[in-house]
Design a protein around this ligand. Structure first.
Ligand code: NAD
Ligand code: USQ
Length: 393
């Protein structure tokens, strides 16, 4: 198939592009290197050195013999994305290309606005481009489990059957996201749902949990093919951070009680899930939702597992939660649809955790110790709010 991967220079987009290319698909990568500019803004860098996109692609072509087309530009630039879709003529589009950090979106007004404009406008441009150029293109969109929040009932896959005052309907599952980033995903989901309804588009919304890991079969073929690995408090995700903290002898940073529970998955399963969604497309007019995670853990459970895997002794610190989030909550989320399509999960293992700690040790000289503790707080003070609103005048 001809598959366009939006955000194909990122943590997940790059290994997905290689994986699909190796499977014999014609892959095109779109990216505007926004993620690399956030590194400059935040004064951090991927733990593992990564090559520029053109270097990565030429190394891949040399090793695999498969070609990957690249298109450098911004999804919020409508003429750009129209041109790419006309030129590449994809049958499926995998959309990873968003600002994906919750803390980044909560820095201040400007970062919240940037996140929502980048994500919501980019996706809206894409929906129009698909509808106007070729409505048969299957859109596979990366959403997030965080769209649901932590309701006191079991979470379903996208939709819930509700009986109200004697009448029954199947409705989108209620959304209670926990950051302006997670909210941008909810806005996207609504826009995609509506576009499927009015234009007959076919879309799969992959409500993905927190991803961990760094290596895939393809990225392991050469150091130039490595994907990024973030450990800092803004872009690093919880388990990846804990492994690097253990590697450099810093205490593991549990926010609050540590009883917050999240759905998680191995990076290799992200690739497999995307492939399953592409191979089994949604029908015209359908917006399907798959909950894309394989296991759930509380933050404290993750810290204990990392401490057990680390070769040296590890301290665990309970620090004040910089976020506003439920720490004691019910968490049981359905995730059977991808398993039904044949997903064979890589469950979290001590051997993988050890490998990630060793990765942290290998690149410990690249760790910026000032980037480990969280600095972004969800609760904005009155004076900050005033400055923010004045800035917008
Ligand atoms: P990432 O930031 O590493 O990759 C995103 C890529 O998209 C970057 O290369 C960035 O430059 C590009 N991009 C962003 N905005 C763009 C725009 N307007 N035009 C063109 N390119 C743009 O993020 P990731 O961790 O690879 O996540 C990919 C997707 O998966 C995101 O949508 C994210 O919300 C979702 N997701 C990630 C995780 C996770 O744990 N990493 C979990 C659940 C969902
Ligand atoms: N946490 C800690 N200590 C840390 C880091 C995080 O206790 O050092 C806690 C957080 O408070 C939170 C949980 O761990 O309760 C998860 O935090 P995270 O930073 O790993 O994940 P999150 O902010 O939710 O975002 C990440 C990705 C995002 C994706 C989301 C999936 O950055 O793109 O959408 O995971 S989900 O969580 O299912 O919404």
């Amino acid at each position: 198939m001809r598959i366009l991967v939006l955000g194909g220079d990122g943590y997940l987009g790059w290994p997905t592009s290689l994986y699909l290319s190796r499977k014999g698909h014609d892959v095109g990568v779109v990216d505007n290197f926004l993620r690399r500019t956030y590194d400059n803004e935040m004064g951090v860098d991927s733990l593992v050195p990564i090559q520029q996109l053109q270097r990565r692609v030429s190394r891949w072509e040399e090793i695999s013999g498969f070609q990957i087309d690249t298109f450098i530009g911004d999804l919020t630039d409508a003429p750009f994305i129209y041109k790419v879709i006309k030129e590449f003529s994809p049958q499926a589009i995998v959309h990873f290309a968003e600002q994906r950090s919750a803390p980044y979106s909560m820095i201040d007004r400007g970062h919240a606005v940037h996140t929502q404009v980048n994500n919501v406008v980019g996706t809206l441009n894409l929906l129009y481009a698909i509808a106007e150029i070729d409505p048969s293109i299957h859109l596979v969109k990366l959403g997030t489990m965080g769209e649901y929040g932590t309701p006191n009932i079991d979470i379903e896959e996208g939709y819930i059957e509700i009986t109200h005052r004697g009448r029954k309907d199947i409705l989108p599952f209620p959304k209670q996201p926990g950051s302006f980033y997670h909210l941008s995903k909810v806005h996207d989901s609504h826009n995609i749902h509506f576009a499927c309804k009015i234009w007959g588009l076919a879309a799969t919304d992959l409500n993905q949990g927190v991803v961990y890991g760094q290596e895939t079969e393809e990225t392991a073929l050469h150091p130039d093919l490595a994907t990024r690995f973030d450990y800092d408090a803004v872009f690093g995700t919880v388990l990846n951070r804990f492994c690097v903290q253990a590697a450099v002898g810093k205490p593991l940073t549990i926010y609050g009680s540590g009883n917050q529970t999240r759905g998680m998955l191995d990076i290799r399963d992200t690739l497999a899930c995307v492939e399953l969604a592409i191979e089994n497309p949604a029908s015209p007019g359908e917006m399907r939702v798959f909950n894309q995670f394989t296991e759930s853990f509380s933050v404290s459970e993750l810290a204990a597992l990392v401490a057990e895997a680390a070769p040296k002794s590890v301290n665990i610190d309970f620090i004040e939660d910089p976020r506003v989030e439920a720490q004691e909550h019910h968490y049981r989320a359905a995730h059977t649809k991808l398993l039904d399509l044949g997903l064979a999960p890589h469950l979290l293992s001590q051997s993988l955790l050890r490998k990630l700690v060793v990765l942290g040790e290998t690149y410990s000289a690249r760790v910026n110790p000032d980037a480990i503790l969280p600095t972004v707080k969800w609760k904005t003070t009155k004076s900050q709010l005033l400055t923010s609103s004045l800035n917008s005048l």
